[in-house]
Design a binder for this molecule. Sequence first.
Ligand SMILES: [Ca+2]
Ligand SMILES: [Ca+2]
Length: 296
Amino acid sequence: MRTMKNYIQFSLIGLIAFIIISCEKTEIPMALFDYQIDGITVQFTNYSTDATEYLWDFGDGNTSAEENPLHKYSESGSFIITLTVKGKGGTKTIKEMLKIQKPALIQIDGNFDDWDAVPAEQLSSAIGSSDASLTALHEMKACTDDNYIYLYLVYDQSKVAPLDIFINTDNNPSSGGNSWLWDPCGADFLIEGFITEKMEDAIVFNWPSDKPQDGWEWVEALGSGSGIINMSEPKTVNGNLVKVEMSIIKEMLPTSLASEIGIGIFSSNEDWAETGSLPNAPSGSPAPPLMKIKIQ
Ligand SMILES: [Ca+2]
Ligand SMILES: [Ca+2]
């Protein structure tokens, strides 16, 4: 009996040892990771176990074999991350979706430093001519990102109350309304509001496609208070000259935008008398075209 018992004990110990050894040999890897998003850059941290090889698929067509990769996305969107790990015990795959939101190109905060950081190829600008007949608007800049059209405007605040922003959204001068201020024009949409009210009362007008291009045929497309424009507080440049920055929500314009659009801005005083326009030209010169803006 004793011999038998010893044999069983020995066998049990052997079996346990065998199980431990064989488990060590064939431990199936576990795929696990975490991540930290900073704008469009994601730092992945690998918490996988029993793996010696890693393959990351970032869901945007890019891959990596690093253990803890840092990846930069070029677009906003939802991406499915696939991590496949390999070890002695086999292969495991885990998937997780993450959302990337590109930070806004311009913050509407009254700090104008962000305009200096806009890549030159994305920035349009127009400086007013001091010899023009209307001089209340001094300078404008524009750029766009996924969600917004941004405008920067320097103007004489003693002469500007309502502001009219003409936009040739299809970049076709043969559709939309014309103006004596710009040639060619063909503005399909007009946003009109009081800059003195931070454009919060802005109304969006559309030029009906069945109307001739001259005259004033604008029809309201989006009423006041829609929030399509966000504007900063005016900041003094010099005397009555102030600058503001504003954003227009692309999605709220009741149209799709061509890859390049045209824009012109016109100002009036409190009595609705014309005071400024951009782009402009010296008196007696032909009217300039609308300023072109590249749509991102
Ligand atoms: Ca800013
Ligand atoms: Ca047009």
